[in-house]
Design a protein around this ligand. Sequence first.
Ligand SMILES: NC(=O)c1ccc[n+]([C@@H]2O[C@H](COP(=O)([O-])OP(=O)(O)OC[C@H]3O[C@@H](n4cnc5c(N)ncnc54)[C@H](OP(=O)(O)O)[C@@H]3O)[C@@H](O)[C@H]2O)c1
Length: 258
Amino acid sequence: MAITYFITGANRGIGFEFAKQVSADSNNIVFATTRSLANATALQDLHRSNLHIIELDIGSSLEVFKESLAEPLAKFAPNGVDIIIQNAGIAKNSAKRVIDSSPEEYEEHYRVNVVGPLKVYQSLLPYWSKQANPETPKKFIFINSVVGWVNNFYPFRSSHYGASKAALNHLTRHICFDNKSSDSDCIKNSIVIAVHPGLVLTDLAKKVFEDSGIDPDSSGLPSIYPDESVRNLLEIIDNLTHEDNNTFISNDGTRTSW
Ligand SMILES: NC(=O)c1ccc[n+]([C@@H]2O[C@H](COP(=O)([O-])OP(=O)(O)OC[C@H]3O[C@@H](n4cnc5c(N)ncnc54)[C@H](OP(=O)(O)O)[C@@H]3O)[C@@H](O)[C@H]2O)c1
């Protein structure tokens, strides 16, 4: 039986690398979302018949989410979805103290980084819980960041981004809590985790460096490229067991406090 993946924010950066690496196995069925098909040339250029591109803006209403998913999922994933990688996210206007961060910046980061993933979860749950797959437990992977830790506070000036990722961690843990009492055995046995992808040289990270006045080449910070980050993350994801449910895992495999 094929493994069906659903990846958000897959037209560039880490999300694109996920779509590229998992669709390289032609047995997998892969859904990759993009805000705009016009910006999805890298995905289209892969020319893979098992890769289905869906136009979806994380800011759209839940009704639009459900409508956008209905047709492609009914057509290409009759057995539902197995592994969801909630990756789409923003980190704008870094290097600011709390006093200098605007309410609008907070609202935008919450809208994209928290309410967006909530809608991904709510619209996909019927497909995720549809049918057990003997090839894999059901998995829901939230791409988070060390800046979302509360207990292990990470000293980086971006409170609007950090607060939104901390809220996303809370959402992740609530989903784990709800899953324990699910009517569906495959959801009761599912694995829901948050991961930190590392400091990955994408457009997002380059802009954070720029905002912070840091030169990535001379900073001494351990940055990696998206292909390496995703290779590491896929190894972690492939080897997850139910013991890993409700944990935060870093790119090097370390389980840390949230
Ligand atoms: N790079 C890092 O070092 C790092 C570290 C920790 C965590 N992360 C997390 O990793 C994830 C991916 O980041 P990245 O570095 O790959 O960033 P990226 O290169 O900027 O890519 C972000 C992706 O999210 C999509 N996106 C943004 N806003 C969206 C919206 N409103 N609706 C739908 N899609 C939207 C983008 O689509 P468009 O092309 O249409 O904008 C793009 O596909 C994020 O959740 C980020 O917080 C990254």
